[in-house]
Each structure stands twice: as C-alpha cells, then as structure tokens.
Design a binder for this molecule. Sequence first.
Ligand SMILES: C[S@@+](CC[C@H](N)C(=O)[O-])C[C@H]1O[C@@H](n2cnc3c(N)ncnc32)[C@H](O)[C@@H]1O
Length: 206
Amino acid sequence: MEDHEIYWNDKSKIWARAGWYADMAKKWGKNDLWEDAHWIGDMIVKYKPTSLLDVGCGSGRLFQLWNGLGIKDVEGIEYSKLIFDSVKQNEFNVKVHNMSIIDQSVPRKFDMVFNTQVLLHIPPQHIEKTFANMIKMSNKYLAMIVWYEVKRINKDKASSYKKYGNSFSHDYPALFKQFNLKVIEESNITFFNKRKNVAWLIEICQ
Ligand SMILES: C[S@@+](CC[C@H](N)C(=O)[O-])C[C@H]1O[C@@H](n2cnc3c(N)ncnc32)[C@H](O)[C@@H]1O
C-alpha cells in the first residue's frame, strides 16, 4: 500500500466520525461558511456552469451549495471508502464515485471540475496524472482552492508523504503552463488553519 492510501484510510476514520456533512448542513445560511464556499459561490454565479464535478468531495460539505445555486447535474469523487460510505446516499442527489483522481476518471465531461483542500494531499509524483484526469473530465473550467506558498514548493518529485506533514505545495504556475491552462480568476483565501491558500478559476485552452 502506498503512503497516500495508508494516510487516507487512517485519516478518514476521523473525518467520517466528525459528521461534517450533517454539521455543515445545519450551519448553512449562517455566517460561518468557510471562505472557499463564498468564492466558489461567486464563480458559479458569474460563469454559470450547468454541471459540476466535486473532486475529493469528502463528507459533502458543499453539496448544499451546489443545490442552492441551482446546479442539478453534480457528481463527486471520493477516495476514502469510509467517507464514501457516509456520503453516497445524500439528500442532494449527488452521485458520488469511490475512486482516486490520481489514476481514475469519470467517463463524461462537466462544465466545471472543482476541488478544495484536496491537491495539497496529492504526493508530487502523482500531481501531473491528477491534472491530466481533471482536464479530461472538463468541458471548460477547472476551479481549485489550494495551499500555495512559493517558498514551500516541493521540488522533490518522489518525496516521502510523512516528511512534509502530509501536505504539498505544488508548483501550480508550472502545471498551468504544461497543460496549457489559462487563469481567469485568482484570489487569496485564508482558512482557520492560517495557511495561505489561493483560489484559481482556470479555462482549458484546446
Ligand atoms: C481535506 S479533505 C477536503 C474535503 C472537501 N473537499 C471539503 O473541503 O470539505 C480531502 C479529501 O480529499 C480526499 N482525497 C484524498 N486523496 C484523494 C484522491 N487521490 N482522489 C480522490 N479524493 C481524494 C480525501 O479522502 C478527503 O475526503
């Protein structure tokens, strides 16, 4: 088993137990939504995707957002079996696939392929495959909210998972260039963990 798999099998026990899905649903409408939800909400209102893929959707924290913004055609990808089991039945009719974005994709395209708080957990040796899979499933946009600090970019492509605290700040500008992706929106996002996150809306250039 790879480090990545061991880590998420283990971590998912905490995530599933924390009951985020039910908790976030209860809190909806109050002023305690994470900042990423506000940003992606604004992007959806502005760019109007009619279908969306939530990559690493976790316990469905944002399902109510997709629903509230009127996107009827939403699917999710979740790697952890435990979290997948807790979210596969949901009141928002989001079809969730239990798979890894590193080496699998859904055989269709979406107007927007989205992820938040996921790519930092992809080890560097897998980030290019991850981008290729996301691009394969997008008609037009990629939206991502990621931990990104230039001085923390990890140059070592085969680095050990644990050594970097299970988090990686990838060289996103280089990846955008490599995959011919055009940044159309960029914003800084601060979460409670105070790490510097960047939100990017990206257009796929054919
Ligand atoms: C920090 S959580 C964020 C969950 C959700 N996006 C949110 O913001 O509430 C990271 C999620 O990504 C999932 N994940 C990690 N590696 C993945 C992979 N290779 N493919 C799909 N999902 C993955 C984890 O199981 C976990 O649910």
